[in-house]
Design a protein around this ligand. Structure first.
Ligand SMILES: Cc1cc2nc3c(=O)[nH]c(=O)nc-3n(C[C@H](O)[C@H](O)[C@H](O)COP(=O)(O)OP(=O)(O)OC[C@H]3O[C@@H](n4cnc5c(N)ncnc54)[C@H](O)[C@@H]3O)c2cc1C
Length: 308
């Protein structure tokens, strides 16, 4: 346990890998810890990423591998392990892994991302990437002139439905209540759209199809009836869950669990930074995660200069 790193990056999705590129180029003694043993994060699960500048239509897996290769070519050091606990001793921070190993470092970038909340219904996992999506901004364009359903009633669900209505022939919105939680202005905009049909007081039961999604089965809470609607895509927008459980007692999080940090990626704890989907921000995408990685390392360098 004698070695002390300048920087440990936790997570090797787009934010962690971007941070790793900047850290290697800044000659910081850096370790990157990834729990799955495979870099790329959430984009590994998407067939195509069509909105990362310079890489139109690239496969999510390929983009993840390219980012990882970039870090490997710069000599980045990776370790497989799940971070279970961080202890702050001011100048030195200790990271405990699931195998009991303890790593010491002067600074930490937390880049452990967020996960889309799942419905947990049959067909959801099987058809993810084959008609089931959690990101209309990312995948909506694949459903041009088709029929889709959005599940949810908050801001993201309503925004997703408005976005999809511009592309799709028809959009169903499945919402378990009789009114939206979303902002009034958004709800009114959605309800004015002719190709949108809101099915109030309904819950999704299952998603079915052969190789791709063909129908969404729903339950009407008012009447007790079940209904099958023919759709090509199902967009699930029932919230995100930041992977912050183990940091909640260490850094300040907002009421939904995201680590409070601005573009500098500084948290309330000196020497601990948060980058990518894990932090409070407006847009959670690859491009904004990559941008955070760069900003976080810039902040790390300034912190080290001021504190060493
Ligand atoms: C299906 C899908 C499609 C998407 N499509 C697009 C798209 O087309 N375009 C776009 O811009 N964005 C898209 N996104 C969003 C984009 O993937 C995310 O914004 C981006 O991946 C966030 O990067 P991140 O590095 O912050 O987090 P993540 O990608 O979530 O990476 C976090 C990493 O941290 C690791 N980790 C978590 N906890 C621990 C721990 N305790 N210890 C060690 N490691 C840990 C995880 O295994 C993971 O590798 C999509 C997301 C999904 C789910």
């Amino acid at each position: 346990m004698s070695k002390i790193y300048d920087l440990v990056i936790i997570g090797s999705g787009p934010a962690g890998l971007s941070a790793a590129v900047y850290a290697q180029r800044a000659c910081l003694d850096t370790l990157i810890i990834e729990k799955t043993g495979m870099s790329g994060g959430q984009i590994l699960t998407t067939t195509e990423v069509d909105n990362y500048p310079g890489m139109p239509g690239i496969g999510g897996f390929d983009l993840g591998m390219k980012m990882r290769e970039h870090v490997d070519n710069l000599g980045g050091l990776f370790q497989t392990g799940e971070v279970m606990e961080i202890t702050d001793h001011k100048d030195i921070k200790e990271i405990r892994l699931d195998d009991g190993n303890v790593i010491q470092t002067r600074t930490i970038i937390i880049a452990t991302g967020a996960s889309h909340r799942k419905l947990g219904i049959p067909g959801e996992t099987e058809f993810t990437g084959a008609g089931v999506s959690y990101c209309a901004t990312c995948d909506g364009a694949f459903f041009r002139n088709r029929t889709t359903a959005v599940i949810g009633g908050g801001d993201v669900a309503v925004e997703d439905a408005i976005f999809l209505a511009r592309l799709c022939q028809k959009v169903y919105v499945i919402h378990r209540r009789d009114s939206f939680r979303a902002a009034k202005v958004l709800s009114e905009k959605l309800l004015a759209l002719e190709n949108v049909e809101v099915l109030w007081n309904t819950t999704p039961v299952s998603i079915t199809g052969s190789t791709n999604v063909e129908s969404l089965n729903i339950h009407h809470k008012d009447t007790g009836e079940d209904q099958s609607i023919a759709v090509d895509g199902v967009f699930i927008a029932v919230g995100m869950e930041p992977n912050t459980d183990i940091y909640k007692s260490l850094v300040t999080t907002d009421k939904t669990g995201y680590i409070v940090a601005d573009e500098t990626c500084r948290t309330n704890v000196p020497g601990i930074f948060a980058a990518g989907d894990i932090r409070t921000k407006q847009l959670r995408q690859v491009v904004s995660a990559a941008s955070d990685g760069a900003n976080a390392v810039y902040s790390v360098q300034r912190y080290l200069e001021e504190n060493l």
